[in-house]
Design a protein. Structure first.
Lengths: 253, 290, 943
């Protein structure tokens, strides 16, 4: 199974909008909550109330500061989970076949019953998307909420990943990136969705929408007319006011 | 990468063990009876001990048997096969030598070649990783093979082969270090490519996703001081290569061979520590740790 | 090899049952679906039908399960056995606890009820707790608003009958330009994020005005890294530019604000600066139809913004003239304010021009006819697509009230309040200051207070003073020092009680406020005051009763602990009488209910108050026969009648014919069950034609009466000119029977300006700003709620430490490197803390995350937890009083109008020091009243 299946027609994945993500970590915790209760072993926490707490999370939000040569520095919140790569190196390295990419929708999963916890898949993943759970001894990773998106026990509208459902800013989108007409594919096309570390050749399915240009102003000659003074001081203003009011509807003057 | 004792011990001793098996397979030295037993016991102790040590790295060692299933794609799986095949075939060969005083030459050659193939598969586990540019290079299998053959030759008392192998090994090691230092930078993977934000300006990791630690930081982010690394490199070079060579050029004496071997092993442990500790995984970029 | 994959179950059972209630991990009060397995809480997600969060949930909300299961939960009532502050307690029974409380409180009530100070922190049941306090008879009751954001609330109420967040929200669906001032997170956590997401999806522009560029400001399309404390100046400069350019909404100003009301201009008149009123007391305008005086609300009146009026030799000019005079003056020219604001003049012009363009080039026009209170019919709703929002960044300064007023003036000038695209109120707001109660303080031993504690004074006659003119309340709320302190001053209670100023108290009764740690300024001083003893060895504050649910720092300082349940274990109501969960398009209220039963000996605090109230015989808590009136809080929620037809919950009340209806009606014994069946909330949509112009719109007024918000239509206009302020200013000038003390006159005259002004934050005037050149701020992390977040095993992994973020200029000047530490000093003391670099930051500002630092021994954390070793509070170097000015007074570090704590006025200096073993100061550990926490967690419910 660690052979990759032939590229699937359906490529389910996430599109993450870096222009909108406010870095609230809601997706991180909702993912933790769902996946603790569902697919596979619970996501454990070691030294949970102590000096060095460390738990398994499938989704984490970094933040980066970008300083242009000119102008103000910017802060970008950057959520990151498994990108469900088409050429997933984490799959081919796995000695047990526990790590696999689903033929039907491209979701990359770990079969926890077969995993020996050798960590090699995590070594092979450039994105840090896999974490070995200390308590369970098996590899954990984003499942794309495979136990939600097809779950007939959930109302139709809830058949989306937990992180997508919870994101308050609407910065996370889920869909079929194999379908050019899907909402996510159109977003990617419109906003110039990008791959992370394209040079690694992993061909991620998940895409990131870059931040829109910030701190840009229209030319001053476009804006200046809006502030053309009607008066230099209060007296002049009152004179203008009288004129302006008589132009308004509503009674004789 | 985290220099975990389990992987250091694994790569060091299994490399040496399989190297020794290689020479034994070729009949160098040609020994039988108790002497053969001693040699084979040493080789097996190292090879099997190393393999066992590697299982300490596993989250679920009790399921290790599953590692045999994916030989088509996985170097780790291939290593499992080649190592077991080597150990089985060499067991036949060794039994002939020890118990029957018989040398099944063809079996020995086959076992010897498998032994070296095993080392190669081990090396490929690391070499294949594009995520660790320092390892993703011909010098990684070259070093593993040279050290296995060279160390094996020292243990096998094959001074004639040991000397050039160690000399070449030391040289290749220096080349590996020197070129390795720039390989992450040269790999094209940067924080800019990792985030896709490079076109907006200089990217700097501001806040990590969590103030505590996690598996990724423990496993992949290990920072060695540059001075410390330079010192260790020197020690590895002297203890792992220089001193053994010096002992080996002395007139033959089993004691000198033992000293050369011990020194070599010590050096290789240091070398392996550096192999892991200095290897930078690209995921560190996300954490601003590079 | 075949590619056969493991068969996985893609449709596993999600849970046995979903119970819908309300989140309590912050004051946003989102609806949650609590998934139950085997009778235990398994997973929490947002409720899609809920008006507040529409299905989304923040990190804290999703982590509620870890809060509910936190090892820090208190287990039983406790009485102190060690010295105060030691954390040594003995668990006792509820009977004993209630007996202790009754024995302590009954004599106080009989003799001097004011000797009880009952202050509730992050209380969501204020209409209930205040009723209890009123029944007790003490004037000393308030919640946390005084240290939180009363500037914002009061400025909003006095100006336009509502403020941001609690009472209003941006028109997310129509705004094209959104300005967000000084917000890191706010209470409206999820709605703001949802709103920003909506704006972004529509391509609207978001502008952040904040010294720090994180969170909302990080996604903002443009960022103004303003110098703290100077927003008022920036805003008045925008007002200057817009007025000068005539970019104001004249029709709106004339009809819906008091810009046309006439002000007495005669300095000699006792009415100087007051509005001209008719015999009925109605402010007068000139009617453009007739050119004659007319009441502002006369049918068909067309108020004239410009015409003046002279009578008996006294000139009366419209407010708008005074505004022109004040703001078109060069003091507010961009060039004059740029340096102080830290924003170039060209950028100020840019912002003003962008506001003008968005407001007037491209108005939002909705095809909805409506009629205003003067009977003027309009066939369309026309609005300005400029929305604004602000919070503590402008509120938590000593000039915050006037700054918030200035911001509302800006919104109103362009016609962007209650119009499409602008800011909208959430019913039952808007509600102008004069429609609110006034504060009451008359104490009668053994009887109730003469009215509600808190309110909105209209003039000096409404202050809470005793016969000698001294403050009647322990927190000195509604005194000359801070006349409009509508939320009280919780941050002054402990220091005033300790000083016996204005008088000594006997018992401090606190609920849900971590006063010995992150909620107090001068934390070390507060710990000292709480443990201080007099000459006899008795505690200076004799008794402290406290209700908390967790092992917080404050627990250690109480004598009696009343342990609360968690939010999933109790009834609660989020009531229209209080701070409801309404949205602009709907009135709504909600409940919490016990989705699980407590497994410890704890009780909901409100239920405890029902019992304690009965034991004390408080009016409203006993039946005529003296028996307990409300068995518990659920009983109160269902059966309490506030006014005829009005109770804590507006949903599913009984109509006369026995049917169920929203709004008014008799109590319905099944009300709570109906709420539960309906997802835990009730909602009534505002009719379309009533959705905007609410204060002026007859359709809205009628609907509001029907819903029971008020008993008759109460239209009003926005108060650009705030007469109540002028009345206090006049008192300071010597007018009237009630006179402020001499030392306050000058300050009152200067700060109680009826038109918005800016003055420098007080600390700037007292400390040597050259020696303390840096502004120091805190921000709330989105994933942490004050001190409670830390006990949460998931959340504390995200924010377990808090470095001090330092801008590039200061970073380089000090030669800081990663991993360095610094001593940060204010005039009040110093702390030693880890530093980190941040470029996207005002160059004179440092900041850190709020309330991460913890006291060792609290919250069931290990003593070597990073929160206790590296985490720190800025509170140690903030003080509730300003440094002495040498005038013999210690002035409060608060806004002079409202008493709002000026957290963000802090000035510091910073220097590199060698890393200490731990962040300084270090306090000795307190004994934990709960057992040690487990080491590892790996649980799955129901498997
Ligand atoms: N430096 C600095 N300090 C600040 C601020 C700042 O910006 N900077 N902000 C200030 C502001 S605006 C505020 S509002 C305050 C907030 O300060 P607090 O209101 O004190 O906030 P918390 O730390 O949340 O403390 C509330 C207490 O309620 C307890 N609690 C939690 N849940 C329950 C429950 O269900 N029942 C009961 N009975 N108790 C419960 C918690 O354990 C905790 O002890 O902090 C102020 N302090
Ligand atoms: N996650 C989470 N949510 C919360 C809370 C929490 O603890 N955690 N607490 C709740 C409470 S009690 C409150 S009061 C609200 C407070 O919500 P916010 O008002 O968002 O409070 P702060 O986090 O204190 O953020 C104040 C912001 O003002 C900025 N600021 C400071 N001074 C100035 C200034 O002079 N001018 C400008 N323009 N900006 C300035 C700061 O940089 C910061 O971004 O949040 C509530 N919501
Ligand atoms: S929930 Fe949404 S906004 Fe919050 S961090 Fe995740 S992606 Fe960003
Ligand atoms: S992101 Fe990592 S774990 Fe996920 S598919 Fe790609 S390589 Fe594998
Ligand atoms: S950790 Fe598990 S999934 Fe990953 S490579 Fe090893 S066996 Fe495969
Ligand atoms: S898709 Fe599911 S598993 Fe993946 S990050 Fe989102 S919540 Fe976690
Ligand atoms: S914003 Fe978060 S913590 Fe606050 S009520 Fe909503 S879900 Fe709960
Ligand atoms: Mo607050």
């Amino acid at each position: 199974m660690t052979q990759l299946p032939p590229p699937s027609k359906v490529k389910l994945g996430l599109v993450i909008d870096l222009d909108t993500c406010v870095g609230c970590h809601a997706c991180v915790i909702s993912c933790k909550g769902w996946n603790t209760e569902n697919y596979g072993a619970p996501l454990s926490d070691m030294d949970a109330y102590g000096a060095d707490p460390s738990g398994t999370f499938l989704n984490r939000v970094h933040s980066y500061e970008v300083t242009p040569d000119e102008g103000t520095a910017k802060l970008i919140h950057f959520p990151k989970s498994c990108l469900h790569c088409e050429d997933a190196p984490c799959v081919t390295v796995c000695p047990t076949g526990a790590s696999y990419k689903r033929a039907e929708d491209g979701i990359v999963l770990v079969n926890e019953d077969a995993c020996i916890g050798c960590s090699l898949c995590a070594w092979a993943c450039p994105y840090g998307a896999r974490e070995l759970d200390t308590a369970a001894g098996v590899m954990k990773k984003c499942t794309l909420c495979v136990d939600r998106i097809y779950n007939t026990n959930l109302p139709e509208e809830d058949r989306v990943p937990a992180c997508v459902r919870t994101c308050p800013a609407g910065a996370r989108h889920f869909g079929d990136l194999g379908d050019e007409d899907s909402a996510v594919s159109r977003l990617v096309a419109e906003r110039g969705g990008m791959d992370l570390m394209p040079e690694q050749g992993t061909k991620p399915v998940n895409k990131y929408l870059p931040p829109r240009p910030k701190d840009t102003a229209d030319e001053i000659d476009i804006l200046a007319p809006y502030l053309a003074p009607v008066a230099g001081e209060a007296k002049g203003f009152v004179a203008w006011l009288d004129k302006a009011l008589s132009a308004l509807p509503g009674g004789a003057k | 990468m985290h220099p975990a004792p389990s992987v250091i011990i694994f790569t060091t001793f299994s490399g040496l063990g399989f190297g020794l098996l290689f020479w034994l397979g070729l009949g160098m030295p040609f020994v039988t009876g108790w002497a053969a037993f001693a040699y084979f016991a040493l080789a097996y102790a190292m090879a099997v001990g190393g393999l066992l040590a590697s299982t300490f790295h596993l989250g679920r060692p009790e399921r290790a048997i599953r590692a045999f299933t994916q030989w088509r794609t996985s170097w780790l799986s291939r290593e499992a096969w080649t190592s077991v095949a080597t150990l089985l075939i060499m067991a036949v060969f060794g039994a002939g030598l020890v118990f029957a005083g018989q040398r099944f030459a063809a079996v020995g050659v086959l076992g010897g070649l498998l032994a070296i193939l095993t080392v190669f598969t081990t090396s490929m586990i690391y070499t294949q990783l594009k995520t660790v540019p320092r390892w993703h290079h011909w010098s990684t299998p070259a070093m593993f093979l040279l050290l296995s053959l060279g160390g094996g030759a020292v243990l096998a008392g094959q001074t004639l082969f040991a000397l050039p192998l160690l000399a070449i090994g030391g040289t290749v090691q220096v080349v590996a270090w020197m070129t390795g230092d720039g390989r992450l930078a040269g790999s094209g993977t940067t924080l800019a490519s990792a985030t896709g934000l490079g076109n907006l300006g200089r990217v700097r990791a501001f806040e990590p996703p969590h103030t505590g630690t996690n598996f990724l930081l423990r496993e992949f982010v290990y920072v060695v001081g540059r001075r410390h690394a330079a010192q260790l490199r020197l020690i590895a070079l002297i203890v792992g290569f220089g001193v053994p060579i010096a002992f080996l050029v002395l007139p033959y004496n089993p004691l000198w061979i033992a000293c050369a071997a011990i020194s070599h092993i010590a050096g290789i442990l240091a070398q392996r520590w550096l192999f892991f500790a200095e290897a930078e995984h690209v995921v560190g970029l996300y954490y601003g740790k590079r | 090899m075949s590619l056969d994959q493991p068969q996985i179950d893609t449709s596993p059972k999600v849970s046995d049952e979903v119970r819908k209630t309300t989140c309590y991990m912050c004051a946003c009060r989102c609806g949650i679906n609590v998934h139950m397995k085997d009778g235990k809480v398994a997973y929490i997600e947002g409720n899609r039908d809920h008006p507040v969060n529409q299905g989304v949930l923040c990190a804290k909300g999703s982590a509620g399960i870890m809060q509910h299961n936190a090892p820090s939960r208190l287990r039983a009532p406790m009485k102190r056995v060690g010295p105060r502050g030691s954390g040594q307690f003995e668990e006792i029974s509820w009977d004993e606890a209630l007996q202790i409380a009754t024995d302590c409180l009954a004599p106080i009530r009989a003799a001097a009820p004011e000797k009880l100070a009952f202050f509730t922190g992050r209380d969501q049941s204020q209409s209930f707790t205040s009723m209890w306090a009123q029944g007790f008879g003490t004037p000393n009751y308030a919640a946390h608003g005084g240290f939180c954001s009363v500037n914002m609330a009061a400025a909003g109420i006095y100006t336009m009958g509502g403020a941001f967040w609690e009472f209003g929200q941006p028109d997310w669906d129509h705004a094209k330009l959104f300005l967000i001032f000084g917000v890191a997170e706010d209470h409206d956590s999820n709605p703001i994020k949802m709103g920003i997401g909506k704006l972004k999806a529509r391509g609207a522009k978001v502008v952040g005005i904040n010294p720090i560029r994180s969170g909302y400001n990080a996604v903002a399309d443009d960022w103004y890294g303003i110098t703290p404390g100077t927003d008022g100046l920036l805003i008045l400069s925008l007002v200057h530019l817009l007025m000068k350019a005539g970019k104001v909404d004249l029709d709106y100003l004339a009809h819906y604000t008091n810009a046309a009301c006439l002000v007495n201009e005669d300095p000699a008149s006792p009415q100087a600066g007051l509005l001209l009123r008719d015999a009925q007391g109605q402010p007068q305008v000139i009617d453009r139809r007739t050119g004659q005086l007319a009441p502002w609300n006369g049918a068909g009146v067309e108020p004239d913004l410009s015409a003046t009026h002279s009578a008996d030799g006294v000139t009366h000019r419209p407010v708008f003239h005074l505004m022109a005079e004040k703001y078109i003056c060069d003091d507010y020219a961009p060039e004059a304010v740029a340096d102080r604001c830290g924003i170039p003049a060209a950028r100020i012009r840019q912002l003003a021009a962008e506001i003008a363009r968005a407001a007037f080039d491209d108005p939002v026009i909705l095809d909805r006819p409506w009629t205003d209170f003067r009977g003027r019919k309009q066939d369309k709703m026309v609005g300005r697509a400029v929305s604004m929002h602000a919070m503590r960044g402008i509120s938590a300064h000593s000039n915050g009230f006037q700054t918030a007023r200035a911001l509302h003036m800006l919104q109103i000038l362009i016609g962007a309040v209650e119009t499409p695209g602008g800011m909208r109120f959430k019913p039952p707001y808007p509600k102008p200051a004069h429609a609110h109660p006034k504060p009451h303080c008359k104490v009668t031993p053994g009887a109730a207070l003469n009215g509600p504690h808190l309110g909105y004074p209209q003039g000096p006659e409404d202050l809470c003073l005793d016969d000698s003119g001294a403050p009647a309340r322990i927190d000195k709320a509604f005194s000359w020092e801070n006349p409009l302190s509508a939320h009280g001053l919780m941050h002054m209670v402990i220091s005033n009680a300790h000083a016996g100023d204005p008088y000594k108290i006997d018992t401090l009764f606190l609920y849900m406020a971590n006063m010995s740690w992150n909620s107090s300024m001068n934390t070390r001083g507060v710990m000292q005051m709480l443990t201080d003893t007099d000459a006899n060895g008795d505690y200076v504050i004799p008794r402290i009763i406290y209700s908390d649910a967790y092992s917080s720092e404050m627990v250690a300082y109480a004598d009696l602990i009343l342990p609360d349940t968690t939010y999933l274990e109790r009834h609660d109501c989020i009531s229209l009488l209080d701070r409801p969960i309404c949205e602009a398009d709907a009135a709504a209220d909600a409940i919490r209910w016990p989705v699980v039963q407590p497994d410890r000996n704890v009780r909901g605090f409100q239920s405890v108050l029902c019992e304690l109230g009965a034991k004390l015989g408080l009016p409203g808590f006993v039946n005529e026969d003296g028996s307990q009136k409300y068995a518990d809080y659920a009983d109160y929620i269902t059966n309490h009648v506030r006014r005829p037809g009005i109770g804590p919950l507006a949903g599913w009340r009984k109509a006369e014919d026995g049917s169920l209806q929203g709004g008014r009606g008799a109590p319905n014994p099944d009300q709570l069950d109906t709420y539960i069946a309906n997802g835990g909330f009730w909602m009534a949509h505002v009719p379309e034609e009533a959705a905007y112009y609410k204060p002026f719109n007859t359709a809205y007024q009628d609907w509001a009466v029907k819903m029971g918000f008020y008993d008759s239509p109460q239209p009003y206009i926005f108060q650009l000119y705030a007469e109540p302020l002028r009345r206090f200013q006049m008192a300071a000038e010597g007018e009237g029977p009630r006179q402020p003390p001499e030392h306050l006159r000058a300050r009152m005259t200067a700060t109680m300006d009826p038109l918005p002004i800016w003055y420098a934050p007080f600390e700037d005037g007292v400390v040597d700003t050259a020696a303390y050149p840096i502004h120091a701020l805190t921000q709330r992390p989105m994933a942490m709620y004050h001190s409670w977040g830390t006990q949460n095993a998931w959340l504390r992994q995200l924010h377990g430490r808090n470095p001090l973020y330092v801008p590039t200029k200061i970073w380089e000047a000090n030669g800081f490197k990663d991993g360095d530490w610094a001593r940060v000093s204010s005039v009040n003391g110093s702390i030693v803390v880890p530093v980190a670099h941040m470029a996207a930051l005002n160059e004179n500002t440092v900041w850190t995350w709020n309330a991460i630092g913890k006291r060792k021994g609290a919250w069931a954390l290990d003593n070597d937890a990073p929160e206790a070793t590296e985490g720190f509070l800025l509170n140690h170097i903030i003080h509730e009083l300003l440094p002495p000015k040498g005038d013999g007074q210690r002035w409060a570090n608060s806004d002079p109008v409202t008493g709002q704590a000026a957290w963000f006025d802090l000035r510091v200096k910073i220097e590199r020091v060698d890393a200490p073993a731990e962040a300084q100061p270090v306090f000795p550990p307190i004994a934990s009243p709960v057992p040690a926490a487990p080491h590892d967690l790996a649980w799955k419910v129901g498997k």
